[in-house]
Ligand binder design. Structure first.
Ligand code: ADP
Ligand code: MG
Length: 422
């Protein structure tokens, strides 16, 4: 998608707008690529994440909305406790490439996402006290977005929650790239294509080793300030696999922030009917029943389960939207032990899916009620006494009726969150 209207072609070492020197790729999404950059100016933060959007008018319009939302979160109330759990914008400007005009947004620099953390756990999940710390901060960020900024995020999921890393760690990554450039080392393409937190490209490791030996250094497998994520991940055995690569970047005193306001909207001005990534999509959105802040809370519930178990709470199958929706509704029905009749009758889509309070074309015998508490005990081997409060917490977040669902503030007072000493 590096074409007209698409991503901006970037090379490591490029200096953008005479200010930002590109060091490594941090990530990418449907709209953008994101780069670790060193700020060559005296003022402002030393390192930033530079989000460079695709250039087609549609993407520019989305970027402009994102900027307005980011400006709102930056200015409404910086003293609010949840302010520091939202990734903040530093600056914004335009860049020109052969593919067109790209909107660039510089953001405070963060580390890997919770998806990276889950991958690092080999999808076994994260230790429960860390899940608790993470979810607490996500909810605190949402109290700020919802109650102060009147913004619905609409895309809460692991890849949009970023973990804070020490600046010393960022400095080492950038330092290594600077040494390479001083020595005139030509970097292989894999440096541009691979993301810094995954680096699973074995070519890249090989070239790293080669370059390092050429300059008489050894690639260190760990850095002095490394903070080991291994404390956070769960070593639950799965598929008889016990091998595990200890990750290297996360402080056990984990701090997170909510990122990616690229799909966010105002509570009184929605941009789209269909929101959220499938697995994290709230019941009312599937039903076409309108949505507000509670849609984000549903996603938090899905994410909390996933962080704790390594597996998604709802992962519907189906090749068409219709079949995926039906599968999704079956899964919700089975997990919650049914859906109240009045909920099955609300929303523009309700008649497509339900008749007389039951899922159309799905014989009731095909549904197997398997509530969260029992899933935790039977499938994930939790102790019943641990499963009860966690399942209670999750059920307050994936409550089918958005009006009864916990708000972010209410969820923060939940006894499961409170019981973990954080
Ligand atoms: P998109 O709107 O295209 O999905 P995101 O804002 O989600 O873009 O950014 C894409 C990826 O880039 C993220 O999943 C994350 O890995 C990385 N990223 C985004 N913002 C930052 C940041 N401030 N610091 C570090 N990495 C970031
Ligand atoms: Mg994203």
């Amino acid at each position: 998608e590096y074409e007209a209207g698409g991503y901006m072609p970037i090379n490591i070492g490029d200096v953008l707008r005479n200010q930002y020197k590109v060091s490594r790729k941090l990530g990418w999404g449907h709209f953008s690529t994101v780069w670790l950059c060193k700020n060559l100016y005296e003022n402002g933060p030393r390192y930033v994440a530079l989000k460079i959007c695709k250039s087609a008018p549609m993407f520019t319009a989305v970027a402009n909305d994102e900027i307005r939302l980011l400006q709102e979160t930056r200015s409404v109330n910086p003293n609010h406790v949840g302010f520091k759990n939202i990734v903040q914008m530093v600056d914004t400007f335009k860049l020109i490439s052969e593919n067109g005009v790209h909107t660039a947004i510089s953001l405070e620099i963060m580390g890997p996402s919770l998806l990276h953390l889950l991958m690092q756990s080999d999808f076994r999940g994260i230790q429960v006290p860390a899940v608790c710390k993470i979810i607490f901060q996500v909810l605190r960020g949402l109290t700020y977005l919802h109650e102060e900024c009147h913004i619905i995020h609409t895309d809460i999921k692991p890849e949009n929650i970023l973990i804070k890393v020490d600046e010393s760690y960022i400095r080492q990554i950038v330092g290594k790239m600077e040494r390479f450039s001083e020595l005139g080392v030509e970097l292989p393409r894999s440096y541009v294509s691979s993301e810094v937190w995954t680096e699973k490209d074995s070519n890249l490791h090989q070239s790293d080793d080669e370059i390092m030996s050429r300059i008489g250094e050894q690639r260190s497998s760990s850095y002095p300030n490394d903070i080991y994520l291994s404390d956070l991940v769960n070593y639950r055995e799965r598929h008889n696999q016990t091998s595990f690569i200890a990750p290297m970047w996360v402080n056990p005193n984990i701090e997170i922030k909510i990122a990616d306001l690229g799909n966010a909207c105002w509570v009184d001005h929605h941009f789209s009917q269909e929101i959220q990534t499938r697995q994290y999509r709230a019941l009312e959105v599937i039903m076409g029943a309108g949505y507000s802040y509670p849609a984000d809370i549903w996603s938090v519930g899905c994410m909390a389960f996933e962080l704790a178990t390594g597996e998604m709470l709802f992962s519907p199958k189906g090749s068409t939207d219709m079949s995926a929706n039906i599968d999704h509704l079956c899964l919700i029905w089975e997990t919650l032990g049914g859906i109240p009749r009045y909920i099955t009758e609300t929303g523009s889509e309700s008649k497509k899916f339900f008749f007389n309070g039951h899922l159309k074309d799905v014989p009731i015998d095909n549904l197997r009620i398997w509530k969260i508490e029992d899933v935790l005990v039977e499938k994930y081997k939790w102790k019943r006494l641990d499963a009860i409060p966690f399942a209670g917490f999750l059920e307050s977040l994936v409550e089918p009726d958005p009006a009864l669902r916990a708000t972010a503030s209410q969820a923060l007072t939940n006894e499961w969150l409170q019981s973990m000493d954080i």
